[in-house]
Design a binder for this molecule. Sequence first.
Ligand SMILES: NC(=O)c1ccc[n+]([C@@H]2O[C@H](COP(=O)([O-])OP(=O)(O)OC[C@H]3O[C@@H](n4cnc5c(N)ncnc54)[C@H](OP(=O)(O)O)[C@@H]3O)[C@@H](O)[C@H]2O)c1
Length: 294
Amino acid sequence: MSSTLRTITAANARILSALNPPPKVVVVGGTSGIGQAIALAIAQHCPSASITIIGRNESAANTILPKLGPNSKFLRADVSLLSEVRAVTQKISAVDMLIMSQGVLTIAGRTPTAENIDYKLALHYYGRTLFVQELLPLLRSSPNGGKVLFILDSKNGNPSKVNWNDMALETTYSLASAANHAISFTDLVIQHFASQPENANVTFTHAYPGGVRTTLVDNLPFYLRIPAKGLLAMGVGISPEECAEYMIHGILGTDKGWRCVNEKGENISKKKPAQEEWITKVWEHTSQMISSKH
Ligand SMILES: NC(=O)c1ccc[n+]([C@@H]2O[C@H](COP(=O)([O-])OP(=O)(O)OC[C@H]3O[C@@H](n4cnc5c(N)ncnc54)[C@H](OP(=O)(O)O)[C@@H]3O)[C@@H](O)[C@H]2O)c1
């Protein structure tokens, strides 16, 4: 373990174990990979934390839950469906830290969900934003200040390449535009949330995890999966456990408002300020998409 990682891990343990009352944590995508490693690390640093993991894989959850302490639970939901996001958030009565790590890696083209939203955009962006929207009342009343972490890609968003005439990519879908819309919109929506005076007690962080050795690549077609697995086997990327400590470091940062953090959980200072107009457009579009018509 590098000395930086050792220092960060010790600081995470010190901060989390001192929280009073112990934190109530929700990890969406906590049944695998980075989300699972974050849930386990928080449980290790703060055994009295209440940790709720959300995903679809019940057998994976049953293996993880005993390691998360007596106050942990699993809520099953397909969070690509806004109706399921709405239903599952109704089952949550308190949250101090909302961590969203749900995701998929596929090269499929536009794949509409039953709600006619592209699957990847629903999972990586609209469903996550709805989680925040539904849980904001609880996050605002968090005694230590609510904290929200979006794990996606805080480094590569490019709002100047957003298709503002087809924001949900219903007619102009491409893999590159789907990726850019999800990550650029995340950059912009955290700035919207942070600008609302009623959210002054909540911090919104968008993180880039870097290359992490998880099973994310398993959905790729074999001609991409095999080389990807080869690279992972050669040790390219970091372990989910290392990534978890960096991501926890990112979410525990003390600044208020919104932040983008890199794969070490450190603030990205070179981020260009967004145009007000982009933030407004993204919020108007998003609030329409996540309204209860779905
Ligand atoms: N690993 C990397 O190198 C890397 C790099 C950059 C960005 N990221 C981003 O980091 C995030 C986490 O990646 P990871 O590597 O930890 O992936 P992972 O190991 O495949 O975990 C993905 C998680 O998302 C959940 N999930 C996927 N689809 C879902 C659905 N429809 N409903 C509910 N839960 C769903 C899975 O739960 P169930 O299986 O239980 O449904 C699982 O817990 C992703 O957003 C990914 O894009 C990862």
